[in-house]
Structure formats: C-alpha cells, structure tokens
Design a protein around this ligand. Structure first.
Ligand SMILES: O=C(O)CCC(=O)C(=O)O
Ligand SMILES: [Fe+2]
Length: 368
C-alpha cells in the first residue's frame, strides 16, 4: 500500500509483507510513575514498534486541562469576525486561527474538517525560561518579517482579542506540558543509549507549537468522507496529545494497513513520535500515520502540543543509531518544520519568497 501526504513524509510504503510480530493491534499504556528502568523498556518497545503510546500519571492537573478546553469551546463558538482577527495570515509565524477549508493534509484533495487555533513557544509561557529571555509580544505594526526572530522565536502569537482568557489558560496548560516534554525527552535519550541530559540544552527554548482543534460531527454514512484531519505523520520530534471529552475518533495505521482506534482514556495523554525524531534516530523510532474521523455525531476537541529542539539545532542522525550508515542529510530543525507547515498553507510564490529568507537564517554551513 502506498501512502502520500503533503504534510507527512512525501512518500511512504506500508509493506503488505510485514511479520505480525512487527505490527501492533493496540496502543501501549505506560505508567510514568513506574521505576525508570521499566519505563525505558516500555518506551523502547512503543517507540520502535508502534510510534504511539498512552501515558498515565503524567502529573498535569485535570482542572488545568478542563479550563483550557472550556475556554477553547467558547472561542470556537464566537462569530467568524472575532475569530478572523486572530487568523494566521495576519502574522508571520504560521500560527493563529485556521478556519474550515484552510488546510489539506493528505492527497484526497479534500480540506480537513476542523478549525483550529495554534500558538508557538514563547518564553513568557515557560516557567523555566530565564527571566532575561522574556520577550514582550511585539505589536503587529512593529513586526519585521525580514528579521530572524519573526519566524524563530517569540512575539508571534496572535491571541484572540475577543477571548482574552485564551492566552492565560493556554499558557498555564502549555507550561505544564513543557515540563512533561522535558521529562519525556530525557527518557527518549536513555532509550537511544545517549546520556540522559543529551537533549537538555536544545530543549531550553524548544521549537514547539501547540494547537487546539475543533472537529464538528460529520455524517457517518458518507462513503467517501472528508476526514477531521487526513492521514499524516507529525512533523516535530514528538506530540503530546490531550483528547477532550469521550469522543473516539483518532485512528492509527499499523504496518498491516489496519486502522487502530486510539480512544480517549481518562487521566491519560497520547504521545506519538514525529518525523523529526524518526529522522534524527535514523528510523530507529517510528513516526506512525494517523488520522481523525469524527462520526460520533458529537463535537470533538483535541489539544496536540508538538515538541522539537530549538530551531537552530542541526538534525543529523545520532551517533548511537548509525551502525549501518546514516540515511539522512543534516538539516536545521527550523527549516525542516517551516517547509512542512508552509507547503500546505502558502501559495507557491509566497512559499518560494519566504523560503529564501528562512534558508538564509537557518542553514549554517555544516561539515558532514
Ligand atoms: O485530534 C487528534 O486527535 C489528532 C490531531 C493530529 O493528529 C494533529 O494535529 O497532528
Ligand atoms: Fe497528527
């Protein structure tokens, strides 16, 4: 079975010949309060065989989660003019509001059936950031799209004026998720046989985006349904996904070509490996195709946070993963992310114009 995707790897062969033992029929659950050696063993299996797992005992308080979903539902319920004020095309960082019909994730040529609001890492959303790295949000009229920071760092978030609580509630949630992400990346380092703190510096100012998605119900009987989000792989290193409510809609493709449901389980998050970590680990870790189909007849909300290293980090297959040779050339994390986000959001001329600028900022010479 062949799979192509604008947002995922450009071409991905899912073999019909895989041994059953390399496949999966369920998404593993990992309790983060187990002894570390057991967590690392479970993660090794989950990251190399499945690319998806649930985590329990993640430590993020439920009221913080409930608050962000309830504010987001109110935001999506606003009239269109209020939402358009925060439209991503009003900024330069490819984040903000994205309406229905805006994004095409897969090759079906149908737009995804969701609306979303996304934001990018900013030091003032991160308890651990140094006070002197705090940067006030730049006003739109002060932005200079030629400046490196306009894509790379902070000051880019387009917070909705009509729902000022969004900024507070999202920041509060995101701060907790960053903490969890920094714990998870240490565990991934151990799985990859690297020192536990290997990624720490690169995670001080992570290249990260978060997103709240609203999927309306869609007809169950449509033989050729539009998907809430089409089949894709995620871009960054890993995603921490919180599913709101009890709406089962996320589906994960196993190597046998079967879609495995990953329903919400109270008190857990879903974590999945993205293409950047698959590439960085020379495909030791698996970045698994997934999609959303909400045929429950109810509204669904979900909240993925995409985590990667700082945008200047050069992603080059890790020493511990190249016994049989490196499969990939080095690329800067920022360029990798930008290209993938922009290709399905900007028209061709705008893409080419911005690419020249971004490349000049993010491609330091690398000796291979
Ligand atoms: O809504 C979900 O459950 C998944 C969303 C997703 O896959 C994504 O935004 O990349
Ligand atoms: Fe995804």
């Amino acid at each position: 079975m062949a799979f192509t995707s604008f947002a995922g790897r450009s071409y991905n062969i899912v073999s019909d010949q895989v041994k059953q033992s390399d496949s999966f029929n369920e998404i593993p659950m990992i309790d983060l309060t187990q002894p570390q050696a057991r967590v690392v063993d479970s993660l090794r299996d989950a990251c190399t065989r499945v690319g998806f797992f649930y985590i329990s005992n993640h430590g993020i308080p439920q009221p913080v989660i409930d608050q962000v979903f309830s504010t987001a539902a109110e935001f999506f319920g606003l009239d269109d003019t209020a939402k358009q004020q925060a439209h991503f095309k009003n900024g330069t960082a490819l984040c903000g509001y994205e309406g229905f019909q805006n994004v095409y994730t897969d090759e079906t040529k149908k737009p995804d059936l969701n609306e979303a609001f996304s934001w990018r890492y900013a030091p003032d959303m991160d308890r651990l950031s140094e006070p002197n790295t705090k940067i006030e949000e730049t006003k739109p009229e002060e932005r200079n799209p030629d400046k490196e920071e306009d894509f790379l760092t902070s000051g880019q978030n387009l917070w909705p004026k009509a729902k000022p609580e969004m900024r507070h509630d999202i920041s509060q949630y995101y701060d907790h998720v960053l903490d969890l992400a920094r714990k998870l990346i240490r565990l991934f380092a151990l799985v990859l046989e690297l020192p536990e703190t290997y990624f720490d510096d690169m995670m001080q100012r992570p290249g990260s985006m978060g997103k709240i998605l609203h999927y309306p119900p869609q007809p169950a009987k449509d033989p050729d349904p539009p998907f809430g989000i089409g089949a894709h792989t995620d871009i960054e290193c890993f995603t921490i996904l919180c599913q709101g409510g009890d709406i089962p809609a996320l589906q994960v493709l196993n190597p046998n070509g079967e879609w495995i449901l990953a329903p919400p389980i109270p008190g857990t998050f879903v974590v999945n490996i993205g293409d950047m970590l698959a590439r960085w680990s020379n495909d030791t870790f698996r970045s698994t195709i997934h999609r959303v189909l909400n045929i429950t007849g109810r509204e669904r909300y979900s909240l993925p946070v995409f985590i990667g290293p700082s945008y200047q980090t050069i992603i080059q297959p890790l020493e511990t993963c190249i016994a049989n040779g490196a499969k990939y050339d080095p690329i800067s994390a920022g360029l990798y992310v930008w290209k993938r986000l922009a290709i399905s959001r900007l028209d061709k001329d705008e893409y080419e114009r911005q690419l020249v600028k971004i490349e000049s900022h993010l491609t330091p010479p690398v000796n291979v």
